[in-house]
Design a protein around this ligand. Structure first.
Ligand SMILES: C[S@@+](CC[C@H](N)C(=O)[O-])C[C@H]1O[C@@H](n2cnc3c(N)ncnc32)[C@H](O)[C@@H]1O
Length: 236
């Protein structure tokens, strides 16, 4: 095991990094409950899917959503981003519909080998149980609605929600075709003034960046809400 992964070393690195992030976050948004953010972060100490600024931005978007907000996430994996979203919501009817095949099935060639390696390490072919266990550990299960499905098929299943979704986070298939298909299928689900956020804008997943640029150029987003590392969010 590499030195940086030794449990003691990992804990020190975690505390240093999250502490640095929280000092800035508490100054920028003193109105938000950053202790709740920290509680979720501790559950995902080994998370390698997003940085603290990205997790913090998702948490902030969820906190800024209206009471009883309806949220859709495309691509949940083990539920880290989903839990940060769920933790920021308020109201007994608030929900995160977490759309994922939970098997890493994606059109993006680069992702295939990555998922194969991870599933081999996990000794399973689905992350759904891990997703559910993370939500249960944080006491957030009432806000989670896993939708085990391909993304585009799920948009059809949730057709009744068209025009009602307050916040969406797209982090599923990172190919150009996959991201385009997600935008086409899910943009109509947002209510006017709803927020669509994407992971991996400007990252090496160039298909995602291209699909987002095309949507900007076509004038389908009303304004930029914010950027945090590779997450970009737009109001529609
Ligand atoms: C990068 S991971 C998501 C990470 C998660 N959002 C986080 O930050 O913790 C991408 C996920 O998208 C899912 N996925 C990829 N293509 C999909 C598709 N077409 N439909 C549904 N899920 C898909 C994969 O199974 C994987 O769990």
């Amino acid at each position: 095991m590499a030195f940086k992964h030794w449990p003691g070393v990992r804990d020190v690195r975690f505390s240093t990094k999250v502490g640095r992030f929280l000092r800035g976050a508490r100054k920028r948004r003193p109105d938000l409950n950053w202790d709740e953010f920290l509680r979720v972060a501790k559950q995902f100490k080994q998370d390698d899917m997003g940085s603290f600024p990205e997790r913090g931005f998702l948490y902030q978007l969820a906190c800024d959503a209206p009471e009883n907000a309806q949220v859709v996430e495309i691509g949940s994996w083990m539920g880290a981003s989903t839990c940060f979203l769920a933790a920021g919501l308020k109201g007994p009817e608030a929900r995160v519909y977490s759309v994922d095949n939970f098997q890493g099935l994606s059109l993006c060639g680069e992702d295939v080998a990555w998922y194969q390696r991870h599933f081999q390490k996990l000794g399973t072919n689905s992350t759904l149980d891990i997703f559910n266990a993370n939500f249960a550990a944080l006491g957030l299960s009432a806000r989670a609605e896993p939708v085990v499905s391909d993304s585009v098929a799920a948009a059809e299943k949730l057709a009744a929600k068209r025009g009602t979704i307050d916040l969406m986070f797209v982090d599923g298939d990172h190919s150009y075709e996959g991201c385009r298909a997600d935008i086409e299928a899910w943009l109509p689900h947002l209510r006017p003034g709803g927020v669509m956020a994407f992971h991996d804008f400007g990252s090496r997943a160039s298909g995602v960046t291209q699909a987002i640029f095309e949507t900007i150029k076509a004038g389908r987003f009303a304004e930029i809400v914010g950027v945090a590392n590779t997450i970009i969010a737009f109001k529609v």
